[in-house]
Design a protein around this ligand. Structure first.
Ligand code: IFM
Length: 456
């Protein structure tokens, strides 16, 4: 079997560095009949929105199989499990608490505690209850206040049993992809809406975080953002400006308000009718002290100039490295590059957890086994990039593989498999891929304090 290898003195080998696996509610839970519909249920029902016409009604049936799934996680030897809570499983359309739904997460966290696995909880991984979308969704400022109420319910119920709370996962996706690019639910295409949704999401974060902290003072509190280094397609001044603009629009737009109470100057270059409405005091609410920043990293992005703005160049045209099934370039150095750059830009960059990293590859079962060597190579190279970041002075305290299970990959449906564990969606059987076995061997050896590596 392929063995993961690390430099002998790597911080990744220390016990205080945590390793985990990650999932999200809509992508795995199923059991849609025991929660409120979300914007993703609505989106999936619209013809042409999801590549294979699928939906999240059943997904991995995790609500049914959660005990087995936790046993599987335990068998991997991880320290931590990152999962998200479905807002609509906890709060009903009339504002009342769905106690059975809430209990599902209480039981999950209790069982994780019993198994000796840390819970890392995300409150919002894109599955906005449809009843809130019907009132304007993230375009309605009131949604931020409803989120704070939901956070209070979660904080009271789970409190200090949870190791870390992240308010939001990838607001770039729930704002830009969802309200501006039209790729994700609810599928709007409007620049002002994208900017407004981003602002209300960040406001929701800022309102919720102190409430979570109040109810879980021993937990860490933060947010999860996705980053991709933005590279110019050529050395021309126009393409370099396009890449810098994309960096401000896609990366800094979310981090700068959190750490510096301001949006990038690019805000003022937008036409007046494209700018978000920002109320006095909002930026102070948004810039809550953070115990950690969750970083999701998959690939780099290449941009060229177009109409005095930026346009991304499809990786097929620009890639120098292999592509994953998502068409994303395998580009491990991009992780080191972007984190070192963020550290240089923000003196107050909080300690980091890599909250997602992984890849979709074509997985085939041969004699009952899935030999996903490309995914093992992906993990090996990206874990070495994490090592490089730490060596370069960035504080990184943990790493979560995306994903535990093959699952519903949003607009791509079930056509893309990100799991280290294969899911047969007909039988719901789970099969460890070779990547899971390689990671498991590393994680278990680490726990047993056995020599896990050969020096490289
Ligand atoms: O599956 C998603 C996840 O929900 C959010 N981050 C990116 C992953 C892969 O696209």
């Amino acid at each position: 079997m392929t063995q993961l290898q690390f430099p002998q003195r790597s911080k990744l080998l220390r016990r205080e560095f945590i390793f985990g696996v990650a999932t999200s509610s809509f992508q795995i839970e199923g059991a849609a009949d025991s929660r409120e519909p979300s914007i993703w249920d609505t989106f999936c029902a619209e013809p042409g929105r999801i590549k294979d016409g699928s939906n999240g009604l059943v997904a991995c049936e995790h609500v049914q199989h959660w005990r087995d799934d936790l046993a599987l996680i335990k068998s991997l030897g991880v320290d931590a499990y990152r999962f998200s809570i479905a807002w609509g499983r906890v709060i009903r359309a009339d504002g009342s608490i769905n106690h059975a739904g809430l209990q599902f997460y209480v039981d999950l966290v209790d069982e994780l505690q019993r198994l000796g696995i840390q819970s890392h909880v995300t409150l919002y991984h894109w599955d906005l209850p449809q009843y809130l979308e019907d009132r304007g969704g993230w375009l309605n400022r009131d949604t931020a206040f409803r989120f704070a109420e939901y956070a209070e319910v979660i904080g009271r119920a789970l409190g200090n049993k949870v190791s870390s709370y992240a308010t939001l996962n990838e607001p770039f996706c729930s704002a830009y992809l969802s309200y501006e690019a039209g790729i994700h639910a609810p599928g709007h295409k409007n620049r002002q809406q994208g900017r407004q949704a981003a602002h209300h999401l960040l406001l929701a974060h800022g309102l919720a975080l102190p409430i979570l902290r109040q109810h879980a003072p021993a937990a860490q509190h933060g947010i999860v953002l996705n980053f991709s280094p933005c590279h110019p397609a050529s050395d021309s001044a126009e393409d370099r400006k396009a890449a810098a603009t994309a960096h401000a629009y896609h990366n800094l737009w979310y981090l700068q308000p959190l750490l510096q109470r301001s949006y990038p100057d690019l805000l003022h270059e937008l036409a007046a009718h494209e700018q978000p409405q920002i109320e006095p005091g909002d930026m102070d609410i948004i810039a809550q002290p953070l115990d950690f920043l969750g970083v999701n990293y998959y690939t780099r992005t290449v941009f060229r100039a177009k109409n005095n703005w930026f346009s991304d160049v499809p990786p097929q045209a620009s890639a120098t490295k292999p592509l994953t099934c998502m068409g994303w370039e395998v580009y491990p150095h991009g992780l080191t590059e972007i984190l070192v750059e963020l550290k240089r830009t923000f003196a107050n960059l909080p300690p980091i957890y890599i909250t997602e990293n992984g890849a979709a590859f074509p997985d085939h079962i041969v004699n009952g086994a899935i030999n996903d060597q490309a995914r093992i190579d992906y993990y090996q190279s990206h874990l070495l990039a994490v090592h490089d970041c730490i060596e370069a002075g960035v504080t990184i305290n943990g790493y979560f593989a995306w994903s535990l299970l093959d699952n519903f990959e949003w607009a791509e449906g079930y056509t893309k498999r990100f799991g280290i564990v294969y899911v047969d969606f007909d039988s719901q059987e789970r099969i460890l891929k070779a990547s899971a076995r390689a990671l498991q061997q590393f994680w278990l050896a680490r726990k047993a304090k056995q020599p896990v590596v050969e020096a490289i």
